[in-house]
Design a protein around this ligand. Sequence first.
Ligand code: HEC
Length: 450
Amino acid sequence: MKGSFNLSIYILIFICGVCAACFKKQVPTFEKDIAPIVYENCTKCHNPNGIAPFSLTNFENIKKRAKTIAFVTVNRMMPPWPADPNYTHFVGETLLSQNQINLIQDWVKTGCEPGDLAKAPKAPEYKYKSFLGKPDMVLTYKDTVFIKGNYIDQFYLMKFPFELEKDTIVSAVEFVPGNKKAVHHVNGHIIQYDEGKRSDIYSGKYILNSASTEAERVYKELDVANDDGSYPVLTQSAVNYLPGVLPTVYPEGLSGYRLKKKGAFLFKDIHYGPSTRDTFDVSRINVFFAKKMPGRITRELQMGTLGVTDIEPPLVIPPNEIKKFITKAKINKDISLLTINPHMHKLGKSFWAYAITSAGDTIPLIRIRKWNFNWQYFYTFKKMVKIPAGSTIIVEGVFDNTIQNKNNPFHPPREVAERAGSMRASDEMFQFIITLMNYKTGDEKVSLEP
Ligand code: HEC
């Protein structure tokens, strides 16, 4: 009896010893645990040339912010990825696993152990001027844009004329902010002049402050019309920029579009966020030519505000209400979806898009449970998504015009509505932009990872 009691104690002590050893081993280190997580999920924005306000590229600058990092990761504020990963997945999805989040918590609680720093992986390097390599054509501002430090949002229209030797196929267009702290977003289109329609593409103004100017007057001042006063073809949304957005690149030969010999990029518009001090910006557009004409051409379906489908009911959000709106598109031909962009402003609460086939099956597209105005990605599917003819694409947007919505631009809340073409964040928009192609057998298997 006595002997077995002693034995149990020995066993107990032995087990505890093993546990302690185990526990000690499990203290996470920067070298083994944290560096790989941060360099894989954070550094693409948190680098000296990235869009985030500080770098997370070495032990010192990561340790300095360890507590905030623990906070923003456990609350899933960083890395920013609004799309619900339990619904659909996209190229470039950046999310931490629960295990990675726990590791960061443990690392901070146990005193940010460095481990062997000499053995720690190195942060990737990010070149400033392009994510994609050497551009074939670079267009920059003609003049520096001065941004007054009056803490007011500033919107500009800009024109970047170009002339090419011949009609040219473009595979990707990239906007690179010069002053990444100032640039908030860019909506860029391409003006394409038909042969002989426009003699001097360089006349008119290049940059206009558009805060209070009407569209037509603005077009006059920028002088973008054909010589006879009619308007040229506009290729919509050829270059877009939002926080965190990298240019959409598809695998070689999959898509592209033709640039006419004479044309111009048109930012309608570029938005500089409020700044407390005077600053300036010179940004640039990198254009990449395709080696061969892709067999297929992508096109856009724009639903909701400024698009081809109505919003039901019309987008008017009464004060102190949470209200749902729907917009639907009936699809008549088999199509393949490549990229989608949900868009709302500050009253946005949630966003949900899916298709219902004529057989009644649901095809999930995207679900954003908690809308975040600051992160409006263009989401590219990992593989093309086929929407068969006869399907309906349904988009549901919920808007919160109560005082509980911290982003509500009005206190007390006021009626907020869509004003066609208005980009002011205090007006609303409900928009879903889809890049698509006509369906071809096997598209569902085509990977869109660049
Ligand atoms: C897509 C770009 C992007 C990625 C990826 C990203 N961040 Fe950020 N982060 C930002 C930007 C931009 C800010 C500035 C604040 C803002 O706009 O939300 C920021 C802010 C922060 C802040 C400061 C928050 C505060 O309130 O002071 C921390 C800490 C942070 N990020 C940590 C991380 C960590 C850790 C990761 C990876 C796990 C990460 N971020 C991934 C862009 C990014």
